[in-house]
Ligand binder design. Sequence first.
Ligand code: NIG
Ligand code: FE
Length: 420
Amino acid sequence: MRTRIENLKGLATLRENNQNCDFLAGNSMDNWTMIDDAFIEIDSGLINNYGSMSSCPKGSSNIQIIDGTGRFILPAFIDSHTHLVYANDRSEEFNMRMHGSTYTEIATLGGGILNSSKQIMSSNENQLLDSLLERIEKSKKTGTAALEIKSGYGLTADSERKMLRVIKRAKDQVSQKIWSTFLGAHALPLSYKGNHDAYIEEICNEMLPKFADEGLVDFVDIFCETNYFSPKHIDALCNAANKFNLPLKAHVNQFSSIGGLQAAIKNQAWSVDHLEFMTDQDHQDLYRAFESNLSYRKPIPVALPGCSLFLDIPYTPGRRIIDSHLPLAIASDCNPGSAPSSNLGLCWSLACHKMKLTPKEGLAAITTNAAYALGAEKQMGHIAKGLDANLILTKPVSNLSFIPYSFGENNIEYTFIQGR
Ligand code: NIG
Ligand code: FE
């Protein structure tokens, strides 16, 4: 089946002028090519052809023609950081916060991650799968065609495995590309009573080898933070993960700067996520990681503006990161405790309104650079012939900037996944 969308107001290529780059950094995040008055053709789920209407093929037999007047085609969004497997929402904790309790106080009282962990323990796989599939479907309505999903509300071998199996089953059932991340080191289970080292040992020696053998893991992750896990735990986790060739993604510098960023860089993390709290030294060390000529994959910074909004904490200094010629990716962090929304269009708005990114930079962060955060930059996140037709057709809008400008609105008409 062939489809051609014609008379588009614009087609956001993202890498047209940057074919040799795996990500967009610094100025190039705002300087990618938008083709005005454009068409795109999809054949058997792949992007077959695209360009300006002046070069549009004329034939209309055996092809479905869609009139795209007033609309844009964008690469579909990619969510490189989510916690979409959970049992119940935590709106009661939200209510407590709105009555004056803090996120940390609630966590100390057994709420927070431990609350979600109790709920996972008492849920069965089928229930968790059903709610996950609903959330994946919901994220498609706001433009997401590929997503990473973490465990981390299990905190025991059985519960972590349950979460990872749910992610695996979702992978097999939906057409969106999904990556699975083992985040056993998300919080210390009560049974370990202050003994973080012993829990990390269980993760490294018992859980990870089993889960990796069962093919349940694409990445490992850890929450490196005061009262959670330390930089030396990152070393231990990576030591274990290296045996299975599993790359690291890391939650670092969310509330404090304790060396997590540096440990993640040293361990060749594929992405460093959160970064709301960055010292000058942190900026310098991140900059150096990109400056070095070493051939390993660069640790792309990932901002999570939905979490900043929801917890009322600082926004990741995205403007400063891009101004120092680095790339920036943005993800939803969708989870019941700190960012209960998977809407990447809203994250795009927050990137502009709160982090002072331009509309084009914001789009680069949730497409091309998000693909890099997952090692998928050759397959998705931009528009090129031969790639899967993972695309967004917008509603009629006055220009690209209208989309992040109109925060909270869904400007997406269709999300195409492999052309469907
Ligand atoms: O990425 N920072 C750690 N973990 C999650 C929040 C988890 C929760 O509160 O349930 C995050 O923000
Ligand atoms: Fe997270």
